[in-house]
Design a protein around this ligand. Structure first.
Ligand code: ADP
Ligand code: MG
Ligand code: ZN
Length: 710
């Protein structure tokens, strides 16, 4: 044994003891020990580990074991208090200063820091904008700066913060001699940018302990504190780079190449059903088994999110939807329902997932191609946190690449989606485009990869691949080993779900209206405005179609509304009215059967001061998209109206679109069959066990009350 390894072993024990004494953890997580050793040796460090891998400990433990103060820079103000509280529970002196701390308290904490009261001081980067703050802090014994979420340094990262670029100069001013930086970000460009942005070097580092000859012998930064007042205590040098924790042995990675977009929905539905043991909503007997767990389906746009959600609901799989177009309360409700296991699947854009640490996510499916492998793996990596097998499936269609290219071409242009990029110089735009294209290229390479997907990912993140063999856990390795494909990928599973039902479901996705449709909507709304809640919807339809006028007030018959939509079918008009009610453009008049007045939104829509997305009836003469609506006989219209109201209440209580609760056609079938038990309700086409469990008792109550009153 050479001197070095003896020393290392001794230190190892010392470190583990310290870990246990200060944090109560039995052992280090992969990678932590090496990073902590380097930090304690006074080296600059850049550590890249995925979220949840335990980066904080890598600066917290050295802080506790060192003399001076570790200054932690973090943009996550919301988490500071929790971190500090939990350190306090372990008896570690720490505090934080951010905008939530008032001036007096801030000065108190600063003064205490200067007296050496703390081991760790968490500070939000904005603080350093104040020179008086920096000067006050300069008399504190700050030894080390720990830059958390260090990708914020990089202009090419997604969370660029200009204040982070000032951290190098600030560190110098404070007499900090050591920089440590932590991030989950992978891309080499961003890593280089972090290193140069912190003023440490040009970012040409190699993995700790390999690459550059003699890297080990490099003299560590002197451990002695420089005399107070001396400047440039920080010796710039390339930091040691550590990359750990990206290997996820329980993730079954798979890419499915699809040619028809609809097949994506088929695969996702089949995967969800098999992974979660859900049964078919319409036809099967609903023998769902006891398998727990949940799944996430990511889609690129709000529209695709709704499309997938509708298809899954149609197939009896309960799901929540989550995207930036929903208000905050709705998003929170969706997230809570998912976390609590009430809805087992969440269909979401990439807005969903920050801080989501649900252990039993059994699958993450991507309906659309992410723009980078990094984004993909971060989202897919939310699966299987409990260490049990989980599936990560990317549905790939080459068209998706074109969509990304389309947006890359538009970076910095007038139709740029991100306003902050509109002002970029031509040079910056070109660089950004190059960068985005190269990220996209890596993502596409993953889709077309022919060896092992796990190995490709590790290489991408720069983690060592030896010892990280894929044990037939990616589709490619499984195929080479002659293993069977999972049954949900079989054509039969696919055709069971990708047929007419999915097509029908997709037709039920709300969409932006065309010009002709908008005009129809305006005409309907203005008729309601004229009627001022005096006539029921069924009379309204007669008015618009120019039918029997016996029950209509004279002024309405004389008005321009009479017969103005003579060519639109009554069914279509009923659907449009239901939609407008469901979307809060019309509101019910209390005590008046199916009478509605315009809401504020309705008035704006009528005047074209607002726009809306609706499920517009399709087909001949704006006939219904679901043929069934026209062929269902013996519909009890009064009951149907009550069911629509009940659906409205449920949908607003549950914050989900009405069509997710139940389609019109399903309500019409219920209004025809009039089931008074949940068992009977289960017989209705479109009412699967999942739906019956969720909405059954309320729907049955409406029917029972109505039948009893007959
Ligand atoms: P990151 O910043 O990398 O996303 P955190 O530092 O927040 O991750 O750590 C995630 C969780 O892991 C925390 O609850 C932390 O207490 C826990 N943790 C970290 N290191 C260990 C360890 N060695 N043993 C057990 N738990 C650990
Ligand atoms: Mg962290
Ligand atoms: Zn593999």
């Amino acid at each position: 044994m050479d001197c070095y390894s003896v020393a290392a072993t001794m230190q190892t024990d010392r470190l583990r003891d310290a870990l246990e004494a200060h944090f109560g953890f039995a052992d280090f997580r992969p990678g932590q020990r090496g990073i902590i050793e380097a930090v304690l040796a006074g080296k600059h460090v850049l550590a890249v580990m995925p979220t949840g891998a335990g980066k904080s400990l890598c600066y917290q433990l050295p802080a506790v074991m060192s003399e001076g103060l570790t200054l932690v820079v973090s943009p996550l103000i919301a988490l500071m208090k929790d971190q500090v509280d939990s350190l306090a529970e372990h008896g570690i002196a720490a505090t934080f200063i951010n905008s939530q701390i008032d001036g007096e308290e801030r000065d108190r904490r600063l003064a205490a820091a200067c007296r050496g009261r703390y081991k760790l001081l968490y500070v939000a980067p904005e603080r350093f904008r104040s020179q008086s703050f920096v000067r006050a802090l300069a008399s504190a014994p700050v030894d080390r700066m720990a830059v958390d979420e260090a990708h914020c340094v990089s202009q090419w990262g997604h969370d660029f913060r200009p204040e982070y670029r000032e951290l190098g100069p600030v560190a110098r001013q404070l007499g900090v001699r050591q920089m440590t930086a932590f991030t989950a970000t992978a891309t080499p460009e961003v890593r280089r940018d972090i290193v140069s942005g912190l003023g440490l070097g040009d970012g040409q580092m190699s993995l700790a302990g390999e690459g550059k000859p003699g890297a080990r012998e490099q003299a560590p930064v002197p451990l002695l504190r420089p005399p107070a007042g001396s400047s440039a205590a920080l010796v710039p040098s390339e930091p040691e780079l550590f990359v750990h924790g990206f290997a996820r042995e329980n993730l079954e990675l798979r890419v499915i190449h699809v040619t028809k977009l609809r097949d994506k929905l088929g695969y996702i539905a089949a995967l969800a059903r098999e992974a979660l043991g859900e049964s078919d909503g319409g036809e099967s007997d609903g023998d769902s088994d006891e398998r727990g767990g949940s799944g996430i389906v990511y889609a690129a746009t709000r529209k695709n999110v709704e499309k997938v959600a509708v298809a899954l609901e149609e197939l009896g799989i309960d799901c929540s939807v989550y995207h930036a177009g929903l208000d905050e309360a709705t998003r929170t409700a969706a997230q809570q329902a998912f976390m609590a296991g009430e809805s087992r699947v969440i269909v979401a854009t990439n807005a969903f997932g920050m801080g989501i640490d649900k252990p039993d996510i059994r699958f993450v499916a991507h309906h659309d191609l992410p723009g980078s492998l990094e984004a993909y793996y971060q989202e897919a990596g939310r699966a299987g946190r409990d260490g049990k097998p989980a599936q990560c499936v990317l549905l790939f269609n080459y068209i998706d690449v074109r969509v990304h290219e389309f947006f890359i071409e538009r970076i910095g242009s007038e139709d740029e989606r991100r306003p902050e990029r509109r002002a970029l110089s031509g040079e910056a735009v070109a660089r950004l485009q190059r960068l985005e294209r190269s990220k996209l290229r890596r993502m596409v390479q993953y889709a077309y990869h022919e060896r092992c997907r796990h190995q490709l990912i590790l290489r991408y993140f720069g983690e060592r691949t030896e010892g990280a063999e894929c044990v037939h856990l990616c589709d490619l390795c499984r195929e080479r080993a002659g293993m069977a494909r999972p049954s949900w990928t079989a054509t039969s599973a696919l055709s069971a779900v990708s047929g007419a039902r999915v097509k029908r479901a997709v037709a039920r996705v709300p969409r932006r209206l065309g010009e002709a449709e908008t005009v129809v909507m305006q005409k309907v709304l203005s008729a309601f405005a004229r009627a001022r809640g005096r006539v029921a919807a069924s009379e309204m339809i007669k008015l618009l179609r120019g039918g029997s006028a016996t029950k209509l007030p004279d002024d309405l018959v004389q008005s321009r509304s009479y017969g103005i939509l003579a060519n639109t079918s009554a069914t279509a008009l009923r659907a449009i009215i239901d939609e407008l009610v469901g979307r809060d453009a019309l509101s019910a008049v209390a005590g008046r059967y199916r009478s509605y007045t315009l809401t504020e939104l309705g008035a704006k829509l009528m005047k074209r001061e607002a726009s809306i997305e609706l499920c517009w009836p399709q087909g001949r003469g704006s006939g219904r998209s679901t043929q069934s609506a026209e062929t269902i006989e013996n519909v009890d219209e009064a009951l149907y109206a009550q069911l629509v109201e009940a659906r409205r209440t449920m949908s607003s209580e549950l914050s989900m679109p009405a069509y997710v609760v139940a389609h019109d056609a399903v309500l019409r079938r219920i209004a025809a069959e009039r089931p008074t038990t949940t068992q009977a309700l289960l017989e209705i086409k479109g009412m699967g066990p999942a739906k019956v469990e969720r909405f059954g008792s309320q729907l049955v109550a409406v029917v029972s009350a109505h039948v009893g009153a007959d």
